[in-house]
Write a protein that binds this ligand. Structure first.
Ligand code: NAD
Length: 347
């Protein structure tokens, strides 16, 4: 029987509950489709940081390298560990070390979910550059604590990095409805974003079947609210993609529905699957975290592993649950009740 080794990193806050829910559903789907998922749980989190002084052990990356995929809950507990420490100590190193340069985030309304917009049908695939750009971590501070203090944070855009994310976007558009929206701010940012636009134009020649439109980030934010049905694949830099996909989560009914995959398209290192949301400290101990985003991310993991049939079964089960009104109103259903509804639809 085919078996996949999965590294589980539940993380902080609601991360544990939603990862447990996703893992239960994925296990059931694997059983139904005749393959096995073998999970190993790693306690890397803000608790771990407080005990050891690091978000993960020094050999954490090398440990993860031996897995077929990583399923992550959420990381961050700002009251005890600064977010810049938790993010730069775990998630960002994993994304960079495993060259997970394509962060894919689907935004559509699940059956039964109304969302805040009048638009009732849209299906957007946001692709966020995930390894460089504004989150490259290049910068520094001088004259600390004085009136002359200066902080510099430099965005880094490489030809290799921009080309590969745009090419990935073109490929996805070709598999979907053939439309690519490239998002920049090249009127104001005259070096990096003009560079991005030039590369978009160059690659477009290789994809004559894909219709390309360039948008500025501000115009795209408005378009996602006013005319989301006009969008198919949206490609953006690390920061712009990060912000746009929280907007995407909002228009699809909330962070409880927003799934994501950090993909290494070359498959020479594991990819990582995680909901878009964070650890939600405000509801962490209430048992009401919506696990749908985590379960959907798990379905994306199965798809990536080549188990398309099981991935589809999980998505159909999620849709059956939401169509019955389960998990669509924040706080109305418990995490375990939503999970039970998905499991029961899975059969
Ligand atoms: P958040 O996503 O944790 O929460 C924002 C709001 O959405 C909260 O009101 C929360 O209750 C709600 N929410 C989020 N997920 C939900 C779910 N599944 N079901 C129901 N409601 C849900 O964002 P935040 O409050 O800005 O961040 C909290 C912590 O999480 C911070 O430490 C932050 O750095 C971290 N964070 C981590 C990730 C990640 O691990 N990928 C992503 C974003 C934020």
């Amino acid at each position: 029987m085919t078996s996949y080794k999965i590294a589980l990193i539940p993380g902080d806050g609601i991360g544990a509950a939603v990862t447990e829910a996703a893992w239960e559903v994925l296990g059931r789907a694997a059983h139904g489709a005749g393959f096995k998922l073998e999970g190993t749980t790693f306690p890397w989190s803000c608790d771990f940081y407080e005990k050891t002084g690091a978000m993960m052990p020094a050999d954490g990356i090398e440990t993860l390298r031996g897995y077929d995929a990583i399923l992550l809950g959420a990381v961050g507990w700002p009251k005890r560990v600064p977010d810049s420490v938790s993010l730069h100590g775990l998630l960002l190193p994993i994304r960079k070390a495993f060259v997970q340069y394509a962060n894919i985030r689907p935004h559509r309304l699940l059956p039964g979910v109304e969302g805040p917009l009048r638009a009732s049908a849209f299906d957007i695939l946001c692709i966020r550059e995930n390894t460089e750009g504004e989150y490259a971590g290049a910068g520094g501070r001088v004259h600390n604590g004085t009136a002359d203090e200066v902080a510099v944070e430099t965005s880094i855009f490489t030809r290799k990095g921009v080309e590969r994310i745009l090419r990935f976007g073109f490929e996805q558009a070709r598999k979907r409805r053939g439309k690519l929206a490239s998002v920049t701010k090249s009127n104001a940012q005259k070096y990096s974003m003009v560079f991005w636009d030039e590369i978009t134009a160059k690659l477009a020649a290789d994809y004559p079947d894909v219709e390309v439109t360039n948008y500025h980030i501000d115009a795209m934010a408005a378009r996602m609210v006013m005319a989301p049905e006009s969008l198919d694949v949206v490609v953006a830099s690390n920061l712009f993609g990060d912000i746009l996909t929280d907007l995407g989560a909002a228009i699809q009914g909330g962070l409880g529905f927003a799934a994501s995959a950090n993909i290494n398209p070359e498959r020479d290192a594991p990819s990582m699957f995680e909901p878009v949301h964070g650890s939600a400290p405000d509801i962490a101990h209430l048992g009401i975290a919506n696990p749908i985003a985590a379960i959907w991310s798990g379905a994306m993991m199965l798809e990536h592993l080549g188990e398309a049939e099981a991935a589809k079964a999980v998505m159909t089960a999620i849709e059956a649950a939401t169509a019955r009104g389960i998990g669509i109103e924040p706080g109305k259903h418990k995490t375990q009740d939503i999970t039970a509804a998905v499991l029961s639809a899975l059969g």
